[in-house]
Design a protein around this ligand. Structure first.
Ligand code: AMP
Ligand code: MG
Length: 275
């Protein structure tokens, strides 16, 4: 395998930074030079490491990890989950999909359904969309008045601070694709019968709001990237590179937890199973 040093810290949004998405690459492949086989080998090796780390996380049952996945339609949220989490044990990993809120959810505050899905000790939870929709789709489609979504940044910062204070490691990933790449991916959903199920009329309507979504994302990311819940803006046009960056980031995040298998029970060496 050739040299690869993907610097994941390059994609981290510093607290207080004003985000302009145009300044962040959608197509970078920085730090990786290699063949298709090299990419596959590196992903397989990262998959393996992630699987081992997750096993320790589950066994130790001390830390909880929350991964927030956001991005425009077709940015690769589902694909990232499929490829990055290939080797984890489903016993300790949950995916929470946040769709349009149902009647009961709408009758509560917007964080109600979200908090219930936050990870428990030993678990990784992936939010496939999240509470951020409440300052994104909700803002772009005027589902609540501006003063209502505007105050939500503060709620979200406090909510995430509370989760972090109570022992949750949080990382937030914005999968950043270009508008051209989105066109190609939506077209593929129309052209490929195996992808028809993914296409909704709403996708075209939402695409027409590209600029409004860009603005909403820029503000959401800028307002809520903190040391305890940082945002990463991941170049998403090349799926293989996105998978490598996300995998590397997760491996580094879990390694930093310095996890260990729990101590065995007293006298374990002397116990024999006799029949
Ligand atoms: P998908 O990710 O393609 O399965 O679509 C889920 C849809 O649910 C997207 O169009 C989201 O914008 C929408 N959605 C998620 N959360 C909310 C929310 N809080 N309010 C309104 N729509 C939402
Ligand atoms: Mg969709």
């Amino acid at each position: 395998m050739s040299d690869n040093e993907i610097r994941t810290d390059h994609f981290r949004v510093k607290p207080g930074h004003q985000v302009r998405l145009d300044d962040w690459s959608t197509h970078s492949t920085d730090g990786f030079e290699g063949t298709k086989e090299d990419r596959a080998a590196l992903l397989a090796s990262l998959n393996e490491q992630l699987g081992d780390l997750q096993q320790t996380l589950y066994a130790e049952s001390k830390h909880k990890v929350l991964i927030v996945l956001q991005g425009m339609d077709s940015s690769g949220k589902d694909g990232t989950i499929k490829h990055v989490f290939r080797t984890v044990n489903p016993l300790g990993v949950q995916v929470a999909n946040f769709k349009r809120p149902n009647e009961v959810e709408l009758a509560h505050d917007y964080l109600w359904r979200v908090h219930q899905q936050a990870p428990r000790n030993g678990h990784i939870t992936i939010f496939n969309r999240s509470h951020y929709e409440d300052v994104l789709v909700v803002r772009v489609n005027d589902l609540v008045p501006a003063h209502v979504w505007h105050r939500r940044y503060e709620h979200i910062r406090s909510f995430e601070q509370m989760l972090a204070d109570e022992g949750t490691t949080i990382i937030k990933l914005f999968l950043h694709i270009s508008k051209d790449e989105q066109r190609a991916r939506l077209q593929e959903r129309l052209d490929n019968p195996a992808k028809h199920w993914k296409f909704e009329h709403g996708d075209i309507a939402e695409r027409a709001h590209w600029d409004a979504y860009t603005e909403a994302y820029e503000q959401a990311i800028g307002e809520t990237s903190t040391d305890h819940a940082p945002w990463y803006i991941i170049p998403g046009d090349h799926k293989w590179y996105r998978n490598l960056v996300v995998s590397q980031l997760l491996v580094a995040t879990l390694e930093a937890l310095d996890m260990h298998y729990p101590e065995p029970i007293d006298g374990i060496a002397d116990i024999r199973i006799t029949d």
